[in-house]
Design a protein around this ligand. Structure first.
Ligand code: ATP
Ligand code: MG
Length: 410
C-alpha cells in the first residue's frame, strides 16, 4: 500500500488547469483545424478579463487551459465557469496536472477523492469508478491497469465500494503528452459549434421570451449574431430598448462583442394603422420589420435573419402568415423555435438566464397595433396592395437609415 501521509495535501493534487471536451467539432473532417482554431480564439476572448493569464493549448481531442503556477483553486473554478458558456464544448473539467508517474497519479487521485469527501456533499461512502485514458501510449501502465491500481488504493484507503456501471463518483485519469490530468465530474458545456464558423445573422429581438432563446440557439449553431430591436418611439417610452439591451448583455457571454441596433418604428406603425386594414395590420408590420431587417443585414454583411416564431403560438404565426412573411424578403428567415412549445422555450430561457429580464413589464411596440381580430390567413396579394400604398420598400430603406447602435459597455 502507498504511503498515505502525504495524501490529501494540496501538493499531491498538482497544479489546477481546465480541460475542455469538444462537441461536434470532432466530427468535422477537412474543416476541423479551422473549427478548432476558431474555438480556441473564442475561448481566449472569453477569458480575456478573467484576471488570470491563461495558456490555451490544443491537445489530441481536447483543449487544455493552463494556468500560471500557484493559481488558487477558486480562480481556476472561475475560469471553468466562464469557459462553460463558450459554444462548441460539451464538458468543462477542473483538472489537476501531475507528473507522468503512476505513484504521483495515485496520490493525486487519493487527494482528489479526499477533498471530495470533505465537502460533505453526496453520499458519505459513494460508489466509485476510475476511468483512465492513455493518449500517450508510452506510459508504462495500460488504462485498465491504471484503473485497477488507482481504484484499489481508493478502495483500501477510504473503504469506498467500486461500481463500474452506475458510479456516484468517477475519477478520470488522462495520460497526455507531457503530463497526466486527474479530475472528477465537470460542468456541462453548451454543446454545438464555435460562434463564427457559420457566418453572421441578424436577430429580430423583441423584449419577449422567445427571441433571446432563438438567438442563443443560432449562436450555438456557429452563427455570430447582431441584434435588431424595433421600438415604438416616439409613441412609447424607451423601456423596451432597455429591456432589449439587458437581454443582449446577458446573451453576450456566449459570443462576446455583441451589437444592438435599434430602429424607431412608431411613425411607420402609425402609417400602417392609418392604411385602415385592421385585420392585416400585424402581418403588414411584421413584413415591414423583415424588409427593414433585410436592408440592415445587407449593410452589416449578415446572411440571414432570425426570429423567435413558434408555429401557431399567436395569430401571426399560422402557417399561412409565416408564408406571407417569408415572401416579404429574399434572405432566409431562420426560426429555430418553430417546433418548440412555450413550456420548452421558457425552460430554456430560464436555463440561459434571460427569462427574468423578458418577464419584466414593458410597452412593446406591437401593442400599438392590437386589432380586435387578426387575420390568420393573410393573402399575399392583399398585403402587397397595402404595401404599395405605404411605399413599403422605400420606407424600409428610410427605417434602416434611422438605425441607432447601442454599444455594450464592459
Ligand atoms: P417574443 O417572445 O420573441 O417577443 P412572441 O411570442 O411575443 O415572441 P411575436 O410578438 O409575434 O411573438 O413576435 C414574433 C417574432 O417577431 C419575435 O420572436 C421577434 O423575432 C420578432 N419581433 C417581434 N416584435 C419585435 C420587435 N419589437 N423588435 C424586433 N423583433 C420583433
Ligand atoms: Mg413579442
Amino acid at each position: 500500500m502507498l504511503d498515505v501521509t502525504s495524501v490529501g495535501t494540496p501538493a499531491a493534487l498538482g497544479e489546477p488547469c481546465v480541460l475542455l471536451k469538444l462537441g461536434e467539432v470532432v466530427l468535422k473532417g477537412k474543416n476541423r483545424e479551422q473549427f478548432e482554431r476558431r474555438l480556441q480564439s473564442n475561448i481566449r476572448a472569453a477569458l480575456k478579463d478573467c484576471g488570470v493569464r491563461v495558456d490555451v493549448r490544443q491537445r489530441h481531442g481536447v483543449i487544455a487551459v493552463f494556468l500560471p503556477a500557484g493559481t488558487a483553486l477558486e480562480s481556476a473554478q472561475a475560469v471553468a465557469q466562464r469557459v462553460a458558456d463558450v459554444p462548441g464544448l460539451v464538458w468543462v473539467h477542473l483538472a489537476h496536472r501531475v507528473e507522468k508517474d503512476p505513484d504521483a497519479v495515485t496520490k493525486a487521485a487519493l487527494a482528489l477523492v479526499e477533498s471530495r469527501l470533505a465537502t460533505g456533499e453526496g453520499p458519505r461512502l459513494p460508489r466509485f469508478a476510475v476511468r483512465s485514458r492513455r493518449r500517450d501510449k508510452r506510459f508504462p501502465l495500460r488504462s485498465n491497469e491504471l484503473d485497477r491500481m488507482v481504484g484499489g488504493e481508493i478502495n483500501d484507503v477510504f473503504g469506498l465500494p467500486v461500481d463500474l456501471s452506475h458510479p456516484e463518483l468517477t475519477v478520470h485519469i488522462e495520460v497526455d503528452r507531457d503530463e497526466v490530468f486527474v479530475f472528477t465530474d465537470g460542468l456541462p458545456g453548451q454543446g454545438g459549434l464555435p460562434v463564427g464558423v457559420s457566418g453572421r445573422a441578424l436577430v429580430l429581438m423583441s423584449g419577449g421570451i422567445d427571441s433571446p432563446v432563438a438567438a442563443y440557439r443560432m449562436m450555438r449553431r456557429g452563427l455570430r449574431v447582431d441584434f435588431l430591436h424595433f421600438s415604438g418611439i416616439p409613441f412609447t417610452t424607451t423601456e423596451s430598448i432597455y429591456k432589449a439591451y439587458a437581454l443582449v448583455r446577458s446573451l453576450d457571454r456566449f459570443q462576446g462583442r455583441s451589437r444592438l441596433w435599434v430602429v424607431p418604428f412608431g411613425k411607420a406603425q402609425q402609417s400602417i394603422r392609418a392604411s385602415g386594414q385592421d385585420r392585416l395590420a400585424v402581418i403588414t408590420q411584421r413584413r415591414l420589420m423583415l424588409k427593414t431587417a433585410e436592408e440592415v443585414a445587407r449593410r452589416i454583411r449578415a446572411g440571414a435573419l432570425v426570429t423567435g416564431d413558434s408555429l401557431g403560438q399567436v395569430s401571426s404565426q399560422t402557417l399561412q402568415n409565416i408564408t406571407a412573411q417569408d415572401h416579404a424578403v429574399d434572405m432566409p428567415v431562420l426560426r429555430p423555435l418553430i417546433g418548440l412549445d412555450k413550456i420548452e422555450i421558457m425552460a430554456e430561457a430560464r436555463r440561459i438566464g434571460t427569462l427574468g429580464i423578458s418577464e419584466l413589464p414593458d410597452e412593446d411596440c406591437c401593442t400599438l397595433l392590437a386589432p380586435r381580430r387578426a387575420e390568420t390567413r393573410a393573402k399575399i396579394e392583399d398585403l402587397k396592395q397595402i404595401e404599395r400604398r405605404l411605399d413599403a420598400e422605400d420606407l424600409a430603406v428610410q427605417l434602416a437609415d434611422s438605425l441607432q447602435e447601442y454599444k455594450l459597455d464592459a
